[in-house]
Design a protein around this ligand. Structure first.
Ligand SMILES: Cc1cc2nc3c(=O)[nH]c(=O)nc-3n(C[C@H](O)[C@H](O)[C@H](O)COP(=O)(O)OP(=O)(O)OC[C@H]3O[C@@H](n4cnc5c(N)ncnc54)[C@H](O)[C@@H]3O)c2cc1C
Length: 387
């Protein structure tokens, strides 16, 4: 098979790239190679779908802002073949809570966010209680509330990107990339599990938490590994005011979902690797106490289910890796290492990768600092404060 552009991995990142390339009209034939169209182990269907502008790095703020506008218009803008693309966009805000002794960083980030026009507000404990009376405030130094932030159904967005990319001419191939043929400093083709071969001019690696091993196929070292995370769905037995997506310095993260809540307390210290086993005690020992502490009414919550998913964790700095590989092979682009931000940053990544491939430069957002040269130089470019 011959294409102009081959994308390896058809999760939300690969599919957004396929869509942004296809809509431009100059990309030629685009093929997305995805081994599992049911996405049984992929991160996208397991993500919480949060979209926030509360970051310290200006690139992350800009990418989220593009994502917010994009997802707000998604249902109609991404309609394909006469069918709308609903993604349950819900603008209910984000709340960052400083309860871990790092209020200075949160305040500094807030000042930056103000400059960038995020539209967030900084709350002292009394103001926090006035807005969200169910939240305990006596150990909170300050909080930052970003009412414009939102969340979506990430799986629906993935399907929407995919349908739209296909309607614009991109094709999806169900297969697994097993090897890359490299000569003269360029990738010439891919060998697939089925025995097929795909030739292309440009290749894009969008393989999420599998990117460490996928990089090896191209002879490159990406510091990306799977980081297993538990999530839960639970209900409060008491009615609470509508809450935003809450994240604390002490790593509690949860948001409303239907008639209950979804979230958990990620453990950043877990060693890299795949782990699908739910811990028998983590919810009771860690998550429930954290919830009941922050929202005392949750003392009586009811756990309904738990599951695991995997971040693509970039060991160097936890930030995304986006851009052309610097060095050889010279026709390989990378889009991975998104940790917990790949859903909100998928639209911006798709746009930026398409600009880089089609125009040779970024025009909407300059993502140079997320590029691959920092990986080779081992120079971290890291978020400050809550990741
Ligand atoms: C619990 C949890 C909560 C999260 N919450 C949020 C959130 O609130 N907001 C947010 O923005 N992000 C969140 N994320 C992160 C987000 O889900 C990911 O960053 C995003 O889904 C990554 O998309 P992706 O396309 O890179 O990876 P994936 O969705 O994992 O897709 C990668 C695809 O590559 C395919 N693949 C891999 N190797 C090969 C190969 N050799 N050949 C063919 N195909 C291959 C795989 O089959 C897979 O389908 C969360 C993640 C988790 C786990």
């Amino acid at each position: 098979m011959k294409a102009n552009i081959a994308i390896i991995g058809g999760g939300i990142i690969g599919s957004s790239i396929a869509y942004h390339l296809a809509r431009d009209g100059r990309a030629g034939d685009i093929v997305v190679i995805e081994r599992d169209p049911a996405y049984g182990e992929a991160a996208t269907p397991r993500g919480s779908g949060g979209i926030r502008q509360l970051f310290s790095l200006p690139e992350n703020v800009a990418m989220s802002r593009y994502g917010l506008a994009f997802y707000e218009a998604f249902e109609t803008a991404m309609a394909a073949d006469g069918e709308a693309a609903p993604i349950s966009f819900r603008r209910q805000g984000y709340l960052f809570v400083s309860d871990g002794g790092d209020a200075k960083t949160m305040e500094a980030n807030f000042r930056n966010q103000e400059q960038l026009g995020v539209g967030a507000e900084m709350l002292d404990p009394a103001a926090l209680s006035r807005l969200f009376p169910s939240i305990r405030n006596d150990d909170v130094a300050l909080a930052v509330y970003s009412p414009n932030d939102a969340w979506i159904d990430a799986y629906a967005a993935l399907q929407g990107f995919k349908r739209k990319a296909r309607s614009l001419g991109a094709s999806y191939l169900q297969d697994e990339v097993k090897a890359a043929e490299i000569s003269g400093g360029s990738v010439r083709g891919l060998a697939l599990a089925s025995g097929e071969r795909v030739e292309a001019d440009v290749f894009i690696l969008a393989t999420g938490a599998w990117s460490g091993e996928a990089g090896q196929l191209f002879g490159i070292t990406l510091p990306v590994e799977p980081m297993s995370r538990e999530s839960y769905f639970f209900r409060s037995e008491q009615d609470l005011e509508p809450l935003p997506f809450i994240k604390s310095e002490t790593d509690l993260a949860f948001r409303p979902e239907g008639t209950g809540y979804t979230g958990g307390v990620p453990d950043w210290s877990v060693p890299g690797g795949w782990n699908w086993e739910l811990s028998p005690s983590r919810f009771e020992d860690v998550v429930w106490p954290a919830l009941a502490h922050r929202v005392p009414a949750m003392e009586t919550l009811k756990l309904e289910r738990g599951w695991r998913g995997h971040y693509a964790r970039n060991r160097l700095d936890y930030s995304a890796i986006i851009g052309p590989w610097s060095g050889e092979p010279n026709n390989l682009h990378i889009a991975t290492g998104f940790s917990g931000h790949g859903i909100m940053h998928a639209p911006a990544t798709g746009l930026a990768v398409a600009e880089m491939i089609l125009d040779g430069a970024y025009s909407t957002m300059d993502l140079t600092r997320f590029g691959t040269s920092r990986i080779l130089a081992e120079e971290p470019y890291r978020e400050q404060g809550i990741v």
